[in-house]
Design a protein around this ligand. Structure first.
Ligand code: CTP
Length: 397
């Protein structure tokens, strides 16, 4: 989300691990999100990467010693601790994890952390055996119990040659986890089911009918719900988007597969948000072999697919049901009809065809239509922001 960190004062702590090179990109992303980021490095971190890079990207001098005072002679590590909205330590080495778990304050970063009152996100990154060792796991548990937010390392091939957990997550994922750490948890205890993306209806083994949906809106809704504490199941058609963290992602191909997956999960969902662009028709027969171009004309006979949302509307029992309506004209009339016909609580309508709205764009211009006939026009904004507004309205219902 652009500007998601606007006006946030962030301290990025960097320890001496090979993953320190990823902290450069992390800093860049945080700044791009509007964050005012200050960097604190350990002495060992400076052996891996030069502080000048962080100074240039953050626009602030980097702090590495306890005796490094600001111009006004105030004490920098205490000032930064007082002002911080969130602290991120990435990478956090085994040594730093051990020091923080035990209250050791022998350098600028470990001393600073003791003075911090804001949320602290720790991204441990090290050799797999070190990460899995009893002391490191014990120390991470202590930090969790102390209220730190541990961002688990990813698994894969590490720089040291071993394969397993220990890899610093990609910067995008760290930023996503920081958003989660900072979000209100008003959806905790709620099961949220989201559908996203297009469906593909096979004509023959090498061809299909589909639509240009990229899944961005649905993925944004799923991520926003997860950030706000919900248990999220995301049923997604083919998209190129990475699977979001901590979400049960079920990939499907056709409308039939989407229907089966949705019906299986709908019963236990408190909130269902159907952003998917489901094919309304599928070829009546799917050819077993590739259709050859032997004729001048080809007529495809199609049959209707299940209207999944309409079926959910019939089965609805104490659930909040949100649909989407993408229209090229007469948005209000079509949206109102669909709201009624499918027994929805909210329908999110958008007029497709402009670059700031609809398929593939990062922003959306939508109008929310409610059961009581009221409507609410939302100005152009990022799909993540639209997602949060939809969830806000769902919670108000
Ligand atoms: N939908 C669905 N199953 C379908 C078709 C649509 O669940 N087979 C859902 C979509 O996920 C969306 C809502 O119904 O939330 C409206 O989809 P839309 O394509 O705008 O409308 P349709 O009902 O398909 O009507 P039409 O294509 O005639 O506009």
């Amino acid at each position: 989300m652009k500007n998601g960190m606007k006006n946030k004062k962030i301290v990025l702590g960097i320890c001496g691990g090979i993953a320190a090179y990823k902290s450069v990109e992390l800093l860049r992303l945080l700044v791009k999100q509007g964050g005012d980021v200050r960097v604190m490095m350990t002495k060992n971190a400076c052996s891996f990467i030069g502080p000048l890079t962080f100074q240039a990207l953050s626009g602030h001098a980097v702090c590495f010693t306890l005796f490094d005072h600001s111009e006004d002679a105030s004490i920098r590590h205490i000032d930064w601790a007082r002002e911080a909205d969130v602290v991120i330590i990435a990478p956090a080495t085994a040594n730093m994890v051990g020091k923080l778990a035990n209250g050791v304050a022998d350098d600028a970063l470990s001393t600073f952390i003791l003075a911090v009152t804001s949320p602290v996100c720790i991204c441990p990154s090290m050799n797999t055996h070190m990460y899995e060792s009893k002391p490191v796991q014990r120390n991470l548990n202590v930090l969790k119990n102390d209220g730190c937010f541990i961002i688990e390392p990813g698994a894969g091939e590490l720089a040291c040659g071993t394969t397993g957990p220990g890899r610093l997550p990609e910067p995008e994922e760290i930023v996503d986890r920081v958003f989660s750490c900072l979000s209100k948890k008003d959806l905790s205890g709620k099961n949220v089911l989201v559908t996203a993306g297009p469906t593909r209806e096979s004509i023959d083994p090498v061809r299909f009918i589909s639509n240009p949906s990229t899944g961005k809106m649905g993925y944004a809704v799923a991520r926003a719900a997860e950030h706000r504490g919900a248990e999220v199941t995301l049923i997604a058609g083919p998209t190129s988007l990475p699977s979001p963290v901590n979400i049960n992602v079920i990939k499907i191909g056709s409308a039939i597969e989407m229907a089966e997956a949705v019906y299986e999960h709908a019963g236990k969902s408190h909130i269902i948000i159907k952003t998917a662009a489901v094919s309304d028709y599928r070829p009546l027969v799917q050819a077993e072999h590739k259709i050859k171009k032997t004729k001048d004309e080809l007529v495809l006979k199609m049959e209707k697919t299940d209207d999944i949302l309409k079926e959910l509307g019939k089965r609805k029992n104490n659930q909040v049901l949100v649909g989407f309506a993408a229209e090229t004209r007469e948005l209000e009339r079509h949206a109102a009809e669909k709201l009624k016909e499918k027994n929805l609580d909210i329908i999110v309508g958008n007029l497709i065809g402009t670059s700031s709205s609809g398929f593939g764009s990062d922003t959306n211009v939508v109008t929310l239509f409610y059961r009581n006939g009221k409507k609410e026009a939302i100005p152009e904004m990022e799909k993540e922001e639209v997602a949060h507004i939809i969830l806000d309205r769902v919670m108000e219902l």
